[in-house]
Ligand binder design. Structure first.
Ligand SMILES: [Zn+2]
Length: 172
């Protein structure tokens, strides 16, 4: 059974429940994410399952969102889909964070042992925002053709295109 994850929660209390959780929120709640992308206009959807291992509560799940970015080749806006698994470990302070084995990524609880959803996910999401986003589909990325030395379309339109015949063959 999937329950809504509260915007602020105590992992120590939640994990005893044994349920999986889900939360959806607008990207513009994450101010550092907002600064890293073109416009924060979409939602983020996250799943979370809590479990206790030794001293700490772990949370794992996945998050999905689409970020609007600027293609670094043609400078047009583009959508980048992010769909990533994560696993994080709740710790009480910096010392406990440093004491964790390297394979675990800590998140630090506040003085009441609580965690906010935005604090929990912001770093993870930013980590998966591409530093140099580019269209994968060349058709969307028109500037690439002029970069490779071909004439812009409006100039070459009246000349016969040697690839035109080839294109027809491929369509049949
Ligand atoms: Zn592009």
């Amino acid at each position: 059974m999937v329950k809504p994850l509260p915007k602020r929660f105590n992992p120590d209390l939640l994990e005893r429940d044994g349920a999986s959780f889900e939360v959806t929120f607008a990207q513009n709640n994450l101010k550092r994410l907002e600064a890293a992308i073109l416009t924060a206009e979409n939602d983020v959807r996250c799943t979370a399952v809590f479990s206790r291992r030794k001293r700490h509560v772990h949370v794992r799940g996945s998050f999905q969102t689409v970020v609007k970015m600027q293609c670094q080749r043609c400078l047009k806006p583009m959508d980048v889909e992010i769909d990533e698994p994560y696993e994080l470990v709740f710790v009480e302070d910096e010392d406990a964070a440093e004491a964790l084995p390297d394979q675990f990524d800590p998140v630090i609880l506040d003085e009441n042992g609580d965690m906010g959803v935005y604090d929990l996910f912001e770093d993870e999401i930013i980590l998966h925002v591409p530093a140099i986003p580019k269209h994968l589909d060349g058709d969307l990325c028109h500037v690439a053709k002029t970069e490779f030395g071909e004439l812009p379309k409006e100039v070459s339109e009246d000349k016969p295109n040697p690839f035109e015949a080839l294109k027809d063959l491929q369509l049949k």
